[in-house]
Structure formats: structure tokens, C-alpha cells
Write a protein that binds this ligand. Structure first.
Ligand SMILES: [Zn+2]
Length: 345
């Protein structure tokens, strides 16, 4: 049975009169890949927003709904792409990252054109919808699974990318890790992923709403105000080894290979000093973690030190995307860490 609707639906400004007043009502109006074209004051340029690649990350959707509901006209044309309403509508609503039995859409943007799986086709339809309008910028709105402040992620370090990110946040990770995400693809325009903060935090929706306002109403995205943004480089992906299992608790769990401290999501907030306690493991088994850098090298012993069945940060670092959601921690990764960052004006 097909889980994803086959064809994209296109909407123009007329849809704004029919839009339901709540985000949930709006979601129920959508059946598949949904593309909204909003006419700007300057119709010679187009900016793109993508959101809901992950069905459990609602901030970008909520902010987009608010904008569509308003009478506001953006500075340039806007193409808004709601990427995966099916996953979001799957009950319980806004709680599924992917369609049941399906794969992570945001790992399929580098898929080969011969891949005819539903999820690969959806990824190529999204890229086509972006390319059709030759955008001057692209912003892909997400949430983190765990509690977190907002930050941007990008591949290219250029002034335009940093200026774009600074419309939304004051922190950016420049990554060379390739996972097949949308923001790794080349569209001849600056592109960022914006992690608006935790999916269940009201403040994250405000970050998306304020950021979209900036993005839609600036005549020039790349000139003007000085941006002040903290740049993190070379993230390292920390994940479980093979089929190891993880749990989160206030004490060592006898049922999992390692236990991370229950409040580990707190470490998303700020720089973590060397020597910070992270969790417990079984000394007889060894630490079942690996840390892969951008070159594919194993770095776990640069990041983590062990002592008496406990493990700690070995050096000062910023952790990102720490989550206590077992499925993501197990199937994706435990977190990312950076040890290099500097303030860029
Ligand atoms: Zn996401």
C-alpha cells in the first residue's frame, strides 16, 4: 500500500482565504507534498522555505500557517513547501518523524535517480520544486528532538549563509558530515537548516515565527545589519556501536549496555566543560560508543574518558541534538559534538 501521495499539490495566494484558523485544521487540509506560492512586492526574486520534512517537528509549520493566515505581503515571492504532511498527520498527530515503516526523508536527498522508492521520489519532488523557482535563498525549518536552544546548520561557509542564519539565530554549525540531508544539496543559492529548538517548546515556535518574519520582509537578505554569529566547526557524530542499547536514568540500568544521565538534554544549552559526567557503562564490555569525524575517523577517545564504569567529557565541547528519545538515540545518533568554535562578526 502506498503511504505517500503521488503528486504534489500547488496552491496560490487564493488559498489564504480558505485556510483553517488553527495549525491542526490547516494540516488536515493537506494530503501530500504541498507547495504554496505567495506573491511578493518584487516578483523578480523568490525565496524558499521547506518544513515538515520530519512529521514531529512542528515549529516551521506553525510559523508558516501564521504567515499564510495574515494579510502580509512578503518582500519577494515566497515558495513554501510542506514536505511530509502524511507523517505529521499519522496519529498521534505531530509525533511521527517518518511515515510508519518508511525511512527518514532527510537521508534521501542524495539518493540516486534510479532509486524508485516512495521516499526517494518525494525527496526528488522537493528538490524539483526548489529548482523550479531559482531561489535566492532556501531555509529548511526543523526542531530538535530534545530540549535545546535554536541553531543553524550549513555546509558552506560564506557570508551569505551566515547572514541568512543570523535572521533566525546566533549560532551555526558548519558541517562536512554527509547524511543525505536537503541542506547538503547544491541549488546555486545559500541554504541553511534551522533547528528552531525543542519540538515541544513554545519558544521554538516563536523562533520560527520571528525568523520567517525577518526572512520574508527584508528587501535584501545579505546586506545591511552586521550579523553576530557563533560559528561551530567540524561536528563529530557520537553513536552506539553495532547493536548496543542505551537508556536514560538517574542510576545505572541493568537492562541496557550504557546509561546516559537522565538530564543529559540539559547539555544542549551551553558549552560543556572537560570532566562533566555523562553516564555509566559496563567495564567488562567496554564503552559501546563511536565518534565519527568528517573524515570518517574514529575520535571517541578524544571526546570521552572513562573511569570506574563511568564516562565523562575529556575536553571542553558543545553538544548538539542530545535526545532522550530512545528510537532516535538508537537509530540515528546520541548527539553531535564540536570542539572548535569562534565568534564571527
Ligand atoms: Zn528534523
Amino acid at each position: 500500500m502506498s503511504l505517500l501521495s503521488a503528486n504534489p499539490s500547488y496552491f496560490d495566494d487564493n488559498f489564504r482565504k480558505q485556510i483553517k484558523p488553527t495549525a491542526l485544521g490547516f494540516l488536515r487540509q493537506l494530503s501530500g507534498l504541498s507547495i504554496f506560492d505567495i506573491k511578493g512586492k518584487d516578483t523578480s526574486r523568490t525565496r524558499v522555505v521547506t518544513t515538515l520534512i520530519h512529521g514531529n517537528e512542528p515549529s516551521g509549520f506553525i510559523a508558516s500557517h501564521l504567515w499564510l493566515l495574515s494579510d502580509s505581503q512578503p518582500e519577494t515571492n515566497i515558495r513554501l513547501i510542506i514536505c511530509n504532511p502524511e507523517a505529521a498527520k499519522n496519529k498521534p498527530i505531530f509525533s511521527h518523524r517518518y511515515i510508519a515503516n518508511s525511512e527518514d526523508l532527510n537521508r534521501y536527498f542524495s539518493a540516486s535517480i534510479s532509486d524508485s522508492s516512495e521516499v526517494a521520489i518525494r525527496a526528488s519532488q522537493i528538490m524539483q520544486a526548489i529548482n523550479e523557482v531559482k531561489p535566492e535563498a532556501i531555509v529548511d525549518l526543523h526542531n530538535t528532538s530534545g530540549s535545546s536552544p535554536a541553531f543553524a546548520v550549513a555546509v558552506n561557509e560564506c557570508e551569505k549563509t551566515l547572514a541568512l542564519a543570523s535572521l533566525f539565530t546566533n549560532k551555526i554549525i558548519l558541517t562536512g558530515l554527509s547524511v543525505g540531508a536537503l541542506m547538503e544539496q547544491s541549488f546555486n543559492a545559500p541554504i541553511i537548516t534551522l533547528e528552531c529548538g525543542g519540538a515541544s517548546e513554545i519558544y521554538s515556535h516563536q523562533v520560527a515565527t520571528d525568523g520567517l518574519y525577518n526572512y520574508f520582509t527584508r528587501a535584501n537578505l545579505f546586506l545591511g545589519e552586521e550579523h553576530n554569529i557563533l560559528v561551530h566547526r567540524h561536528p563529530i557524530r557520537v553513536e552506539l556501536v553495532a547493536d548496543a542499547s542505551v537508556g536514560f536514568s538517574h542510576n545505572r540500568l541493568p537492562t541496557t549496555d550504557i546509561t546516559l544521565r537522565a538530564d543529559v538534554e540539559q547539555l544542549n544549552k551551553d558549552i560543556t566543560p572537560a570532566g562533566e559526567f555523562l553516564g555509566w557503562y559496563d567495564v567488562k564490555q567496554g564503552l559501546p560508543l563511536q565518534a565519527i569525524d568528517e573524515q570518517g575517523n574514529e575520535q571517541i577517545h578524544q571526546l570521552i574518558e572513562t573511569k570506574n564504569g563511568c564516562f565523562f567529557t575529556r575536553q571542553t565541547m558543545q553538544l548538539f541534538m542530545v535526545t532522550t528519545i530512545l528510537e532516535i538515540a538508537t537509530r540515528d545518533c546520541l548527539f553531535y559534538a564540536t570542539v572548535k568554535y569562534l565568534n564571527k562578526r
